[in-house]
Design a protein. Structure first.
Length: 246
């Protein structure tokens, strides 16, 4: 009986080994690396941040020069187009921002005993820029710069009475850079810094005050803007890479 049992067990083991040898070999799945996002295409999005700058105002006669800080919140929308060549990304972008940026400075020394005050308020900012970037995996490092113009409102008061005011658009440039992260083939998030500079411009205003009888003052402005944004890329989505089995 013992010999019979051992014979059955040996036969079963040999049969199982032979059956397993006849089965097709199973290979582990090969996972292909995910393709890096393609930045080519039209995109649009929104941004929000803070602005920290300076306004300078001068009056030629009598000689007077004053500067003050202009700080506040900036937010708006952007639209652009990217074209990727290997790891290089070329693009153009335009943005429109509404601002709540203002500042003022009182001066009791220039015209004693009079109290002189200059103030400014910025309404909106528009820029048209070129972009140059380097794509690495899901990241895009880019520089940006171009033409910008700013809606500016300035006023002068003497002893609490407004002696002059002007609302105009000032021209300048912007330059900066940022980093953008592709969340998927549609959405990307960015963080960037830009420096805006608006050249000196001369303004005429009406006043009956004899101290400022020439009716002219000159102003210039600059601003440092830090902001974050979210963009959506239009067009057909890129093909999805899935795991493959041999």
């Amino acid at each position: 009986m013992r010999k019979l049992t051992l014979s059955i067990l040996a036969f079963t083991a040999l049969t199982g080994a032979a059956f397993a040898a006849d089965l097709p070999a199973q290979k582990a799945p090969i996972l292909l690396p995910e393709a890096a996002p393609n930045w080519t295409g039209v995109y649009a999005g929104v941004q929000l941040g803070g602005a920290f700058g300076t306004t300078n105002l001068s009056v030629p006669t009598p000689a007077f020069n004053e500067s003050w800080g202009n700080n506040g919140v900036i937010g708006g929308a952007h639209i652009g187009y990217n074209y990727q060549i290997n790891t290089v990304v070329l693009g153009v972008e335009s943005s429109f921002d509404l601002l709540s940026v203002q500042g003022s400075e009182a001066n009791n020394i220039a015209f004693p005993p009079n109290a002189f005050n200059g103030s400014s308020y910025h309404n909106y900012l528009v820029s048209i820029d070129g972009r140059l970037g380097y794509a690495y995996k899901n990241l895009l490092f880019y520089g940006i710069g171009g033409y910008a113009f700013l809606s500016n409102n300035s006023a002068l008061t003497l002893n609490g009475i407004q002696i002059g005011a002007v609302s105009n658009t000032v021209n300048g440039y912007d330059v900066g850079g940022g980093i953008e992260y592709a969340i998927n083939d549609r959405w990307s998030a960015r963080a960037e810094y830009r420096y805006y500079n608006f050249q000196s411009n001369t303004n005429n205003f009406e006043t009956s005050n004899k101290i400022f009888s020439n009716h002219v003052f000159t102003q210039s402005a600059n601003s440092n803007v830090f902001r974050v944004g979210l963009s959506y890329k239009f067009g057909e989505p890129a093909p999805v890479v899935v795991s493959a089995k041999n």
